[in-house]
Design a protein around this ligand. Structure first.
Ligand SMILES: [Ca+2]
Length: 572
């Protein structure tokens, strides 16, 4: 069985190898643009089944694309499909990854040499949409978007789609982030809990007890004083925290978040990084630091370094996202098959339940040039990925052809001109199907073929006596989408009990954010670290709040509220 190579298809929320992930340096496949559009006669509804339409496209690559034979970005299973099924020939005038793409995009905008279709980061999208340089695709979307595409893109009630509108007109399709399914959980070494006869904490006081025991009571039984109670990394002021070692799950115990914009019951939006609960949270972290529960080197450890400590069996608890079984925890159980990890709901320090924060992060918008004669092509192209990969009618064959080839591990989905994974619906569906199949209530032949892939991996792990060392991939899936995996906690605790809080601001930065935010973030991060390490008294938090407001915070707060009211005025 080539299970190792059967890299999970998608599940963007949880996967380290994410379809939408930006790659490093990519290659460009041509730059000449030349002609504007070509192909069939006018009439925007006539692109399919008949005359062929050629459209130029500026596309951001992941940088990880691998091709078979003589295929390339202009000729592959997706471009041939667009041609055969839609009569659309895509000509990639720019196809690059990372900074290379950003540079080419900046140049194309500066020289007003934009292709028919394009990938745009939020800031550039907003700029071009407001300048009238993008096609209004409102009607094209209404007419041509398949039910599945609409269902996928409007999964959040149309919130992210609304960010692609100006004056009620739609100018692009957002690459959705899997908000409201990606949030902090408390990950704990359960073998250490067992060794010390402890239970998983349900309150902050209990968490402190466990952290103390993990630090001082030799949880790994090697007779050495060599373990930390709870792991944190250096990036405190960061959306989603940085995982592993996020602070957002910890701050949430005090009703605070480092980087979130939260709406109150009166509809007012405020920045939670200056919330009074944050002062209590930082004071508590300072106490833990003083008590030796936190690695004093945390301020110079990034997620990779913390991951190495976790993998080496030095850390017994941390806050992190639902996909944590894939990273350091996997390395840890591979190094030490006795090790085991389980996620738990985050704990509260107050009488209120702790509510994890989720962030919307739209990486890019797919848009059409205002001069493009066939803007509807954008929508038709977007339908394809849904049909081939995300439809309940998808088969093993379509998944292998348009997704990951199980024999080579090549992810053909990376070639898609527009790919969007309904990660949350998928996780919900697959979780349920896998659980039912494990319980004998469903047959593996009857569940979604992608769910069946994960089921088989999990079943293999369970049948082999749960040998984590021998089947770390099976352990991964079990801990993520198995009956007691992280997804179970998210839907059966966080969602079922209405605990998730969504940060409501996303998209292009506001004007004052563009000019002032990076220095404000820096000041915030320094204040937090100094308070934790005791070089500043917790009471200096109040001075920080005052400075933050004066240095642009009050202005940004006004801008965020204006943006929200303008963007979602009709929606709410
Ligand atoms: Ca020890």
């Amino acid at each position: 069985m080539k299970i190792k190579k059967m890299t999970a298809l998608l599940m963007t929320a949880a996967m380290t190898v994410s379809l939408a992930a930006c790659g490093g340096s990519g290659q460009s496949t041509g730059t000449a643009s030349g002609t504007e559009e070509a192909g069939s006669t006018e009439g925007s509804a006539q692109a399919d089944n008949g005359g062929n339409v050629e459209l130029t496209y500026m596309h951001k690559l992941n940088g990880t694309e691998k091709y078979v034979g003589s295929d390339d970005i202009n000729n592959n299973v997706y471009t041939r499909c667009y041609q055969d099924e839609l009569g659309i020939t895509l000509k990639y005038t720019i196809a690059a990854a990372g900074d290379d793409y950003t540079q080419k995009l900046t140049m194309a905008i500066a020289s007003n040499d934009l292709p028919d279709l394009m990938d745009l980061p939020p800031e550039e999208f907003s700029e071009l949409a407001n300048a009238g340089m993008l096609a209004d695709i409102t009607e094209a979307y209404d007419t041509y978007a398949s039910d599945l595409l609409k269902e996928t893109i409007e999964v959040d009630g149309g919130v992210q789609l609304a960010s692609a509108k100006v004056d009620g007109k739609l100018y692009g399709l957002p690459q959705l982030s899997a908000a409201d399914g990606t949030c902090d959980l408390l990950w704990i070494r359960t073998d250490w809990l067992d060794n010390l006869g402890l239970k998983a904490p349900t309150t902050m006081d209990e968490l402190l007890e466990v952290a103390r025991a993990f630090r001082y009571d030799d949880p790994d039984g090697n007779g050495q004083d060599d373990t930390w109670g709870i792991g944190f990394q250096k990036d405190i002021v960061k959306e989603d925290g940085a995982s592993p070692g996020s602070y957002e799950g910890f701050f949430a115990a005090y009703g605070a978040y480092a980087k979130a914009w939260v709406k109150d019951e009166n509809g007012q939006i405020s920045y939670s990084g200056i919330n009074p609960g944050m002062k209590d949270a930082l004071a508590q972290l300072n106490q833990m630091y003083e008590d030796g529960l936190i690695d004093p080197e945390f301020g110079v450890k990034d997620t990779v370094k913390l991951g190495e400590d976790i993998a080496a069996g030095k850390v017994g608890m941390f806050y992190g996202l639902e996909g944590m079984p894939w990273g350091a925890c996997k390395s840890n159980i591979e190094n030490d098959p006795e090790a085991d990890w389980q996620c738990y709901p985050i704990v509260s320090a107050t009488a209120e339940p702790a509510k994890p924060i989720t962030y919307v992060r739209i990486s890019r918008y797919y848009a059409a040039n205002a001069k493009c004669e066939h803007p509807e092509a954008l929508v038709k192209i977007a339908n394809v990925f849904q049909d081939k990969i995300n439809s309940l009618d998808a088969t093993e064959e379509t998944l292998n052809t348009f997704g990951v080839d199980p024999s080579t591990g090549i992810n053909f989905a990376e070639y898609a001109a527009f790919a969007m994974d309904p990660a949350i619906q998928k996780c919900n569906t697959y979780y349920k199907e896998i659980k039912e199949t494990l319980n004998g209530e469903s047959k593996v032949e009857d569940i979604h073929p992608e769910a069946a892939r994960y089921y088989n991996v999990i079943k293999n792990f369970l049948d082999n006596g749960s040998d984590k060392g021998a089947d770390s991939l099976g352990w991964n899936y079990y801990k993520f989408i198995g009956p007691e995996g992280s997804w179970n906690t998210i839907i059966n605790d966080y969602k079922a009990n209405d605990k998730l809080v969504q940060s409501v601001f996303f998209g292009a930065p506001t004007p004052t954010m563009s000019t002032n935010l990076s220095s404000m973030d820096k000041m915030q991060a320094e204040t937090y670290v100094n308070i934790i390490m005791g070089t500043q008294e917790p009471d200096t938090f109040d001075d920080f709040v005052k400075s933050w407001k004066e240095l642009g915070g009050d202005q940004i707060t006004t801008e965020v509220n204006d943006w929200y009211n303008t963007t979602f005025g009709e929606l709410k």
